[in-house]
Design a protein around this ligand. Structure first.
Ligand code: EPZ
Length: 419
């Protein structure tokens, strides 16, 4: 099994290009099921999760290939296999994204019910309730969510509580092929949701209100195959920016969208990182001491929960007391104990982490528990004195392309090893 060896402390310098967004690519890949023919997506990141999703689509009869960031998905052979099996869904929760499109395109879908994850339960009740509101019969049978509708979905009205990225995407994808109109309220406004909506509109869907909390969808008979260039990954960009905050130095980011990063930039500046745009580049620099912060995660345009762990690694070295509250996943703090192994001082209670800044971290063996937790441990390892060993890096490969090579290109002393 792979692990990383990191020697620190090392400030970072240089330029890095941001890859396409995992969390935009996955719903777009599912949306290809809504159209008959070959959909083409570009700037698709080469990740464990995009590979898993391609494997799932092939199970459903899609002819697909991913080469050099271009993904071709031919759905002319779909319609027979309508099941997302346990063996694939257990590896990747986002498999649930095929539920809405299969139902809308073929009148039936069977998707193994995703379990929890490292930080606790992750219900999918809003996906089921939203599709029911559009007129589907949705039931749970032997660990599978089974959705059916006779003929086309009529359409309907649904309010998401709480805001859910996944459920908004799933129900939106089903609504675009409904017979009638649908009104979805308290929707997610994440850039990844907006990209999905824009690609669907470009393929012939009728959607109003993208980027707001209310979407009005007029169903259409059919969609053309999708064409889209996946947006840059704002969480990957945020992770590189947070690396500068944690380790110091000066780094230029190429290929990222400043408007998608606004919620993250504010917190990084509060930490003491100077960030400015120079042409196409976003430049981050940290020279002075880190400042304590007070942050609450919120749905977009609030501060993203997917950046909470990386920011905690920075707060661990800030002079003073920081507080980070995760209002989306109150239990998403499995990285705190591992950061404490590196010498951080963190107390977690009722969804809030209180971090008392220390002067330095010390290298140690640590264990990654999920995708963003592993990123935080790598960042902390780059700033820590001595050697850090990060185990279970398969988590980080799910969401970051060759992260150790790109960090090494910025001067980090990091390498991938194999047992
Ligand atoms: C997406 O997950 C992202 N995953 C997550 O990123 C991200 O953390 C999350 O949105 C929040 O921003 C992908 O895009 C593949 P939600 P998703 O439905 O859709 C509750 C990463 O690191 N909820 O927006 O699963 C839920 O418990 C991953 O890249 C229900 O109660 O998240 C949570 O509290 C990790 N019922 C809140 O809504 C439901 O049916 C938001 O979850 C669905 C969600």
């Amino acid at each position: 099994m792979d692990y990383f060896l990191i020697d620190g402390p090392t400030p970072l310098h240089g330029e890095v290009r941001v890859a396409g967004a995992k969390n935009a690519a996955l719903p777009l890949m599912a949306a290809a099921l809504l159209a008959r023919g070959e959909s083409v997506l570009t700037n698709v990141p080469e990740l464990r999760d995009t590979r898993f999703f391609l494997e799932l689509l092939r199970e459903l009869g899609v002819g697909g290939s991913l080469e050099a960031g271009t993904l071709r998905l031919d759905t002319s052979g779909t319609g027979e296999a309508l099941e997302a099996p346990y063996d694939i869904v257990r590896k990747m929760r986002a498999s649930i994204y095929v539920l809405g499109p299969l139902l809308a395109a073929h009148g039936e879908a069977r998707v193994s019910k995703p379990g929890g994850c490292a930080w606790g339960p992750r219900p999918v009740d809003l996906h089921q309730a939203g599709l029911t509101a559009l007129g589907a019969e949705v039931a749970e049978e032997h660990g599978y969510i089974v959705a059916r509708c006779r003929g086309r979905l009529p359409g309907g009205r649904f309010r998401f509580e709480p805001v859910s990225v996944g459920a908004t995407c799933n129900v939106l994808m089903a609504a675009v092929l409904a017979r009638g109109e649908s009104l979805l309220e308290n929707c997610a406004r994440e850039p990844e949701v907006v990209q999905l909506g824009e690609a669907l509109i470009a393929a012939g869907a009728r959607i109003e209100g993208l980027g707001t909390r209310a979407l009005r969808i007029q169903g259409v008979d059919e969609l053309r195959p999708l064409r889209a260039a996946v947006i840059p990954d704002r969480i990957e960009a945020g992770t590189f920016l947070a690396a500068v905050a944690v380790a110091g130095g000066r780094v230029s980011l190429a290929g990222c969208r400043g408007d998608h990063l606004e919620p993250i930039l504010g917190v990084l500046r509060d930490l003491g990182t100077e960030i400015h745009a120079e042409g196409e580049l976003l430049i981050a620099e940290r020279r002075g001491p880190l400042q304590p912060i007070k942050v609450e995660t919120r749905p977009f345009p609030g501060f993203p929960t997917d950046m909470q762990a990386q920011i905690m690694a920075a707060a661990a070295l800030a002079g003073g007391i920081s507080r980070i509250t995760d209002t989306i996943y109150p239990d998403r703090f499995t990285h705190a104990a591992e950061l404490e192994r590196l010498g951080a001082s963190i107390e977690v209670k009722n969804g809030t982490a209180t971090i008392i800044g220390v002067d330095a971290l010390q290298g140690a063996p640590v264990m990654a528990t999920d995708l963003r937790a592993s990123a935080a441990l790598v960042l902390a390892g780059i700033a820590a004195q001595g050697r850090t060993e990060v185990r279970r890096v398969y988590h980080i490969d799910r969401g970051y392309e060759r992260i150790e090579e790109r960090l090494a290109a910025l001067g980090a002393r990091i390498r991938r090893c194999r047992d």
